[in-house]
Design a protein around this ligand. Sequence first.
Ligand code: FDA
Length: 502
Amino acid sequence: VDDSFLQCISSHSQNHSKPISEFVLAKNTSAYSSVFQSSVRNLRFLNTSTTKPEFIITPFNESHIQAAIVCAKAYDMQIRIRSGGHDYEGLSYVSEEKFVLIDLVNLRSISIDIEKESAWVESGATLGEFYYKIAEKSNVYGFPAGSCPTVGVGGHISGGGFGTIFRKYGLAADTVIDAKIVDVNGRILDRKSMGEDLFWAIRGGGGASFGVIFSWKVRLVQIPPSVTVFKVAKTLEQGASKLLQKWQRIGDKLPEDLFLHAATEVVNASSNNNKTIRVSFDSLYLGEAGKLVPVMQDNFPELGLKLENCTEMSWIQSVLYFAGFSTSESSELLLNRTAQSKGFFKAKSDYVKEPISETGFEGLYKKLLEAETSGLILTPYGGKMSQIQDSETPFPHRRGNIYKIQYMVTWDKEEETEQHLRWMRSLYSYMAPYVSKSPRAAYLNYRDLDLGRNKNGNTSFAQASVWGLKYFKNNFKRLVKVKTETDPSNFFRNEQSIPVFS
Ligand code: FDA
């Protein structure tokens, strides 16, 4: 198979300036393992028992993607598509079926047009690379996407993508004005030739069900030359619980220039040897500190924010700050594609529509204290997110949500995996009465296979609705319709791909 598959790729590729050995790696080649592992973020999926791809293809141009699709089909192999490798369940590089991995690491050019306030960015670029390139051109433009610089543009935009300025500008997917995709027949399509239905589906419906999206045209957004950040952290003993109660009531109603999220961690209590919960209120304000302090005093005086708690900086420094770097470091750090840390983790998400009672939170703190490496991030909604219709893109979690919760637990040793997965499931079950219901909504980019999975990639509409409605609500049916029209043989499939109507 090896030789004839390589022959197939060679005959379907244009631009022969690159020898095939530079972009097609068979299992016996020396670079295979390091390329496979390069962007794996969750060590749960790097063990020896996971099935590895027959070939890794790292396209240098779109004809290499076309060849990969045509030849994988011809040799009856599945494909997995990887941009930044941050999928929470490893779906971009793990499969139970025989498969070819298309890794877009070499497709990461970025072309920025400040005058037209837009950019073309290839899927294999990371968010960090994109932010860096924007800042290189201008200090008054930015892009509304996630805080982790090693996340890939391809998976992030096609699954939604939110960050510190999304209350003002919406999701990364909301900024897309054109895209280029290779479809199941190996055709290269742009917005005009793919049509509005497919263009709608790839902006939040998860790209992997529809084709390989290799480039995105997005709108850039205006940013003031100086933004302000602050962080105020309190333990339960210092009154964090009351602050969180108040935050639940104002987080989504603050002006849209102001993003204030709350994150928890388990720490040592200062007064005794016990563990406690510390809640950090982290903020980005699109303006100067002098204007922010009165806004906070009006809306959240209990936090006691003072001018000296605030730091003004450029937007790109705020990107470093939220990525956990020092703002005095060079923004070139954002070009480093290697994750700051790799580890084992499991995460889940929930949407909250009504403030959770104090009793509800008390039980939640107790659960968190059972797992020392657990944490929550509570992300306030409102602002622009409430102004966009649920049906405008497949991402449906807009008006009516006050915040989203991400639950996360990390660990270091493979043998601890089952225990942590069990704990996470029990936490999720504890939270059921307090969060959105019918469906209990979830964020696609925080993928969670506990919500349900396709068997061998093939599942009926009814079975897939169990998880599909959680991610997409009323948009699920339209996604299935687009899928049925564009990929009727269900070639692009995985454990949570959109099914076809049978
Ligand atoms: P990866 O390459 O693993 O792809 C994810 C999915 O998209 C897979 O199903 C894959 O097949 C598919 N896909 C990827 N590229 C494609 C392409 N070109 N065409 C078609 N399908 C494609 N999210 C967020 O909104 N805000 C945040 O701040 C963060 N922060 C964050 C931090 C960390 C440490 C992690 C691990 C994750 C996040 N995320 C996040 C979640 C992140 O947005 C989500 O995991 C993205 O899908 C990752 O995109 P990648 O390209 O890196 O992943």
